[in-house]
Design a protein around this ligand. Structure first.
Ligand SMILES: [Ca+2]
Ligand SMILES: [Ca+2]
Ligand SMILES: [Ca+2]
Length: 353
């Protein structure tokens, strides 16, 4: 009996609503198939969407086919549940000793968000190299020896959010005990860990007579005595006016320049080659072959202290000599083609940009 009356009511309402149904609604941009108005306060549906209407007005929660959208219409106020506090920073990185503004928003249960003023959030550092986050949400990074993860935390009305930040090692020689000593802190950490006095630039902890600063520049392993930079001078068979300077290892990212002098006074050292050859060819191997056959003016050729090429200003006694070089694996051979002086000294200069 009761069931029957409800069916009658629905039918009656359907009969009332039915004349109000519209034809499909269209504009220049869209077409919406008009729903079947099942009943006020019930669900209206079409192939594209559903609408839970409220009695009296055809409003309520509506959903559409993918891409899904949800709307709550027709209420004086909209009730939403806060499900999380989301924190953000753009970008999510910060250079060491610099600052980054953080922001926050409440995530609501309908997947919308509501921004929260940063000043309303209680900020703190959860982990990592951040020296602090002020009341405005401005995070300040500490110094680091390598790119390092940090986590910021915010609390607002009982919800806690976290945000991962990366503090970038933007200043290579500024960390703790390793700061300002001429060696990248990441290199010192790699071989010596943190706060190890053996990482000091002028020490030679592996006892190979090459200190840490030199091993850093030369791309060596400062804790392995077998990792050394070696230089030898050899005669060239059948070429009494030539000498070979052989050195290794040649490491990528370095430039090697052979300089020579007839004596050991500081002022008289000049590059063995001028514009090309060993000096210019930034270390990387593979560049073997003759390529280095020095474009230097060829003015040498003649006797002893050939004053050619004028590369490094110092005209003085013996200028530089023409040379060639070749690489064999990590070993480089530079041939001085005018080693005619009775005495001649050689050095290899290593430059790490
Ligand atoms: Ca640093
Ligand atoms: Ca350092
Ligand atoms: Ca050493």
């Amino acid at each position: 009996m009761k069931t029957k009356s409800i069916v009658l009511f629905a039918s009656a309402l359907g009969a009332l609503v039915a004349p109000l149904r519209a034809t499909p609604r269209t504009s220049a941009n869209y077409t919406i198939a008009t729903d079947v108005a099942d009943a006020g306060g019930k669900r209206a549906s079409s192939a594209n969407y559903t609408n839970d209407g409220s009695a009296g007005r055809a409003v309520g929660i509506s959903t559409a086919a993918p891409p899904a959208e949800t709307a709550k219409a027709g209420y004086i106020g909209q009730l939403t549940e806060v499900t999380a506090l989301q924190l953000a920073a753009t970008p999510a990185t910060v250079n060491e000793t610099a600052t980054r503004q953080l922001s926050g928003a409440q995530l609501l249960d309908d997947l919308t968000t509501s921004a929260v003023p940063a000043t309303s959030i209680s900020w703190s550092v959860q982990s990592g190299p951040l020296t602090g986050i002020d009341a405005n949400g401005l995070a300040t990074a500490a110094t680091v020896y390598q790119n390092t993860a940090a986590t910021a935390q915010g609390v607002y009305l009982g919800n806690t959010g976290t945000l991962g930040l990366t503090v970038l090692d933007s200043i290579p020689d500024n960390f703790g005990n390793y700061a300002g000593d001429g060696i990248e802190d990441a290199w010192q950490f790699q071989y010596f860990g943190l706060n190890n006095p053996l990482a000091a630039p002028l020490l030679d902890p592996d006892g190979d007579n090459q200190n840490n600063l030199f091993e850093y520049a030369a791309g060596l392993v400062p804790t392995n005595p077998l990792s050394r930079f070696l230089v030898t001078i050899a005669a060239v068979p059948g070429q009494p006016t030539q000498r070979q300077v052989v050195f290794s290892p040649v490491v990528a990212g370095r430039s090697y320049t052979v300089i020579s002098s007839p004596d050991l006074s500081a002022a008289s050292w000049t590059p063995l080659t001028s514009s090309s050859g060993s000096s210019g060819s930034s270390g990387s191997s593979g560049s073997s072959g003759s390529s280095g056959s020095s474009g230097s003016s060829g003015s040498s050729g003649s006797s002893g202290s050939s004053g050619s090429s004028g590369s490094s200003g110092s005209s003085g006694s013996s200028g530089s000599s023409v040379s060639t070089y070749s690489d064999n694996g990590s070993q480089r051979t530079v041939t001085d083609t005018s080693a005619t002086a009775t005495k001649k000294f050689y050095k290899v200069e290593i430059t790490k940009p």
